[in-house]
Design a protein around this ligand. Structure first.
Ligand code: FCB
Length: 464
């Protein structure tokens, strides 16, 4: 691993670091399919992403996750990298088909052992594990039987959750059921640009319901078996702004807000689906059985929020972010940190939320490795401004517990393949060499500042 000269930003970092409490959780995040590789090794079953990547034209560079960052073999080196950043948390996901290859039936001990090694390896390095159960890689055999559109998959997921909690639940800080149900529902089953590539709105909405039901039932099952880890879900959320102030644009933005945010937040915290979205869906609304909504609303210990940008909504059709005049990332997403404050404050006001984490935030840019260094100042600016936005939400009363950068390292970015680099660590895929980008050095300096300040704060309040 090449280590360029550290970025010294001590003076600029102090005011930022001082805005976060001593016990704040600082992390980096990854997911199984995006980094592990070892697609057919040690008894791993196929996932819907293994299958999807074989379809012509669906992945921008025609790639797949067969090798990815080869993390399955390089996990120890990668955990050293995580620890070297000075973070106290690492968010990663378990690959369901690696631990239970067909989604039901026999478990694959070699697969579970891998995650045992990762969890123990993190703890040995002083980093707390945050586990996600479903970061999109459903076993292909369950897809063949109907996938998330089939209610049976709900019960298979609860079994999977119970099995992983039994093996890892005593040593991890938290277990997240699902990462971004909106993405699995809408991008996976309505627009079909993600696995499994279905294009049917009614199916997508049944998938969303079944995901949420499986979340609630899994929480109940894990609590019943005495799981000590904090339990919650991770949602991708964003403010939806109308492109203009016309009634048509405002109505469209309101509907998109319903589909992205209220469709998930209302059942979790109010045990209902939003009436305006149900009316809009008509016959495409999901079939809901008695007791489902109460199960979905099972209390959570935390809520994870993934935030990248706002949405701009026009009744006339898709909005081109290039019109906005704001800086764009390599995904053509606007850099809009104030949207994160707006979102967090709104969640706090509109719902009885448990403590919140930003579980993903970050940006893709066209990084160049030159002379052993990646000068990614736009990513430093992006992360710094979003940390300011989190601090501002806290000043406005929001209970924030942590922040995690997406991502630890460049990886397989789904339909974009390896063309988009989100890492704070650069990966040369041919040699699998990792190089800390300037943003990683910046994050490390920032965390040193924060930890230095945290140490100087008395651990208990003097009694008055
Ligand atoms: C989120 C995903 C994550 C990554 C980032 C860029 O939607 O959870 O895996 O792809 O976007």
């Amino acid at each position: 691993m090449l280590n360029p000269a550290p970025v010294d930003l001590t003076d600029t970092l102090l005011p930022l670091a001082g805005q976060f409490p001593p016990d704040f959780v600082w992390g980096v995040a990854t997911s199984a399919y995006q980094i592990e590789g070892a697609a057919g090794e040690d008894g791993k079953g196929r996932s819907i992403w293994d299958s999807f990547c074989l379809l012509p034209g669906v992945i921008a560079d025609g790639s797949n996750g067969d090798l990815a960052c080869d993390h399955y073999h390089r996990w120890s080196e990668d955990l050293d990298l995580v620890a070297s950043l000075g973070v106290n948390a690492y968010r990663f996901s378990v690959s369901w088909p690696r631990v239970r290859p067909s989604g039901s039936g026999a478990w694959n001990n070699k697969g579970v052992d891998f995650y045992e090694r990762v969890v123990d390896g993190l703890l040995e390095r002083g980093v707390t594990p945050y586990v996600t159960l479903n970061h999109w890689d459903l076993p292909q055999e369950l897809q063949a039987r109907g996938g998330w559109a089939d209610r049976e998959t709900v019960y298979r997921f609860v079994e999977y959750a119970r099995g992983i909690a039994a093996r890892l639940g005593d040593r991890v800080a938290s277990i997240t059921t699902h990462n971004e149900p909106w993405v699995m529902s809408v991008l996976g089953h309505e627009t079909g640009i993600f696995a499994p590539g279905v294009k049917d709105r009614a199916v997508a909405m049944q998938v969303a319901h079944n995901l949420m039901l499986s979340h609630g039932l899994a929480l109940q099952a894990l609590r019943a078996q005495g799981c000590k880890a904090g339990l919650g879900i991770v949602l991708n959320l964003a403010p939806m702004h109308p492109a203009t102030d016309t009634a048509a644009d405002r109505a469209s933005a309101q509907l998109e807000d319903g589909r992205l945010l209220r469709w998930y937040m209302d059942p979790l915290f109010k045990a209902t689906y939003p009436a305006d979205v149900l009316a809009h869906l008509g016959a495409d609304a999901p079939r809901v059985q008695a007791g489902d909504m109460a199960a979905i609303a099972t209390p959570m210990d935390f809520l994870g929020v993934n935030y990248y940008s706002r949405g701009v909504v026009s009744a006339a059709g898709p909005w081109d972010t290039k019109q906005s005049g704001l800086p764009l990332t390599d995904m053509d997403w606007e850099v809009y940190p104030e949207g994160l404050t707006e979102l967090l404050v709104r969640l706090h006001h509109d719902y009885p939320v448990p403590p919140l984490f930003v579980t993903e935030n970050g940006a893709a840019f066209k990084d160049q490795l030159s002379g052993g260094r990646v000068a990614d100042e736009r990513r430093i600016d992006y992360i710094g401004r979003h940390l300011e936005a989190v601090a501002e939400a806290m000043r406005q009363g929001v209970s924030m517990k942590g922040y995690m950068v997406w991502s630890l390292m460049d990886n397989f970015e789904w339909a974009s393949g390896f063309e988009k680099r989100f890492g704070i660590v650069y990966v040369d895929y041919a040699s699998q060499t990792r190089t800390l980008k300037d943003s990683a050095l910046w994050y490390r300096s920032f965390l040193r500042q924060h930890q230095g300040m945290a140490r100087s704060v008395p651990s208990s309040k003097p009694s008055s």
